[in-house]
Design a protein around this ligand. Sequence first.
Ligand code: FAD
Length: 282
Amino acid sequence: MHIVVSIKQVPDTSEVRIDPRTNTMIRSGVPSIINPDDVHALEEAIRLKEQFGGRVTVVTMGPAQARDALRETISYGADEAILCSDRRFAGADTLATSYALWKAILKIGEAEPVDLLLCGRQALDGDTGQVPPGLATRLGWPQLTSVFKIEELELSARRIVVHRAVEGGEEIVCSRLPCVITCTREINIPRYPSFPNMVRAARYQPTTWDKTDLGIDDDSQIGLRGSPTIVSKVWAPGPRKRGATVLIDGSDPEAAASQLVRLLMHEPLLEVEVASAGDKHD
Ligand SMILES: Cc1cc2nc3c(=O)[nH]c(=O)nc-3n(C[C@H](O)[C@H](O)[C@H](O)COP(=O)(O)OP(=O)(O)OC[C@H]3O[C@@H](n4cnc5c(N)ncnc54)[C@H](O)[C@@H]3O)c2cc1C
């Protein structure tokens, strides 16, 4: 079985700092981590490898410093790690990111066909959840998002059954392989790196592919040029303004209800308290 895991290196901070001149995130000097959802995707890949045999290849698109994140995946048990890095990938939105990663997954599949692509549900920083669906569309594969359990996998029948989280419940979905799965953090508890893998990771040199290695000759598909999304302004929202408090007399429920609706429609910031007949208010 050949499983590819797509990971993103993200800033290890909830205090995202944005360069006011370029509206892009300040990454240098900010400690980075593997996107938390992706650590669970990697763990799931390693468990499937232990169950079915085969290999786990990790891929990321990012700056040179993303090599550290890739080495870390080797310490968890990944077999191979590939960095897609080129200054022409800079400023990529999700569409342009999925284009470069798509080319990388095609190239990985040329060497050994891919049975499954595992991703995190969303990235800590961009938080759009758009890259995996973009990859599934470009690959022409089914996508199973927000998966918290892989119930069954039949390699010979090219079939997989998963449980995915949906609003108010769960869905059990069956799909053909290969497919794209996005994992939630509920899917497993990641292991600690093993000592032998840590030794291997310390010496490991990730393979690096630039746009030429990926066979990309159309720059209008990558980086800022390939990104229809323009981040016009990024700012941290200030603290929430507290609204005035309105007291509604609850002795006549119907009148109270229509007053409440009127207030909510026209005064959304108000804080409303309903006093029942027995309540004492000054
Ligand atoms: C604050 C902020 C807001 C942004 N808003 C937008 C926006 O609204 N629209 C937009 O198009 N772009 C946006 N971007 C840019 C966006 O972050 C990048 O395009 C990014 O590469 C992918 O999007 P994402 O972070 O939302 O990832 P998501 O789509 O949330 O990531 C989901 C999964 O896809 C995989 N993945 C994502 N990125 C990579 C990667 N580089 N390498 C390998 N695997 C990856 C991982 O498995 C990850 O768990 C924003 C960036 C920032 C920092």
